[in-house]
Design a protein around this ligand. Structure first.
Ligand code: IPM
Ligand code: MG
Length: 346
């Protein structure tokens, strides 16, 4: 039980929501060691870099990482761009730690059905997004010809596609055994390679139903009939876009957790951002971060029972009508956190 957790509160509402998630972890799984470090704009302001060497070193030492959020208007124009929280902290953290598998579950809690913009919301899907390759990381990335031409390069290797595909199929196997692989194979060479490798991997998972779908069609089907999706497997940028879409159709962005996994480490963070407009007011919804902590228990520590306990406490809290402002209520961040803690063993 002596696991070490790196705690990176970051910017905006990050510190407020992380505090509640740590309280939940301490209650459900006592004995973890926590060490806090600077990241994002907060780190840039304090020590002049959004991902200080000490923070990266801590993350490498730790068994798992709990991240709040990074970024905000204050740092949107910092130069060079490598010093901005997103490009200077988030992306290098992902690549340095090899966190290639990003899991973004989107589901509707029964107590929150009225929040979805859909008429008959039945959503329980997970986006499995490749996180350390593709156009986010391809070289060259440059401005040419006196500034008139810009280049971003999308690169994928078979090995990169294979490892994320295996993750996707393994996850599908533990769920409803249906996987939709999303690409733009009618246009992109990387997508044609993606299809080839995913089809190969599928051979090892005959029990999982595989379908290929073009990304534009997937964006449409997600709004038309989200209940039809179980696992969506896709590359970095398509996954970025589709996971935001999936989040929004649940109607409550404040509820959605995420995990970013390497073969031996995980980083856990809420899917919402730093929400600078409500930072410091104690009104942010901590449930996405608390549910991210539950994912940590499950994926980093194999503590499935404790993870289920946390998820159950969140369900009870919502069923009892406790709501933060984003869910139409009045509860503060810390009241919501305490409400979950008090329901862990009810
Ligand atoms: C996300 C974010 C990041 C991404 C940005 C902030 C770089 O949108 O985690 O989805 O695009 O990966
Ligand atoms: Mg995004």
């Amino acid at each position: 039980m002596g696991f070490k957790i790196a705690v990176l509160p970051g910017d905006g509402i990050g510190p407020e929501v992380v505090k509640e998630a740590v309280s939940v972890l301490q209650a459900v799984a006592p004995g973890f060691e926590y060490e806090e470090a600077l990241i994002g704009g907060a780190a840039y302001d304090e020590v002049g870099h959004p991902l200080p060497a000490a923070t990266l070193a801590l993350c490498k030492r730790a068994d798992a990482i709990l991240l709040g959020a990074v970024g905000g208007p204050k740092w949107d124009h910092v130069q060079p761009v490598e010093m901005r929280p997103e490009v200077g902290a988030l992306l290098p953290l992902r690549s340095e730690l090899n966190l290639y598998a990003n899991l973004r579950p989107a589901r509707i809690f029964s107590a929150l059905k009225e929040a979805s913009p859909l008429k008959e919301p039945e959503i329980d899907l997970i986006v499995v997004r490749e996180l350390t390759g593709g156009i986010y990381f391809g070289k060259p990335r440059e401005r040419r010809e006196g500034g008139d031409v810009a280049v971003d390069t999308c690169v994928y290797s078979k090995a990169e596609i294979r490892r994320i595909a295996i993750r996707g199929f393994e996850i599908a196997r533990q769920r409803r055994k249906s996987l939709v692989s999303v690409d733009k194979a009618n246009v992109l060479e990387t997508s044609r390679l993606w299809r080839e490798v995913v089809a190969e991997v599928a051979g090892d998972f005959p029990d999982v139903k595989l379908e290929f779908m073009l990304v534009d069609n997937c964006a449409m089907q997600l709004v038309r009939n989200p209940g039809a999706f179980d696992v969506i497997l896709t590359e970095n940028m398509f996954g970025d876009i589709l996971s935001d879409e999936a989040a929004q159709i649940t109607g409550s962005l404040g509820m959605l957790p995420s995990a970013s996994l390497s073969d031996n480490k995980g980083l856990y963070e809420p899917a919402h951002g730093s929400a600078p407009d409500i930072a410091g007011q104690g009104i942010a919804n901590p449930l996405a971060t608390i549910l991210s902590a539950a994912m940590m228990l499950k994926y980093s520590f194999g503590m499935d029972a404790e993870a289920a306990t946390v998820e159950g406490a969140v369900e009870k809290t919502l069923a009892d009508g406790v709501r933060t402002r984003d869910l139409g209520g009045e509860a503060s961040t810390s009241e919501m956190g305490s409400a979950v803690v008090s329901r862990l063993y009810l």
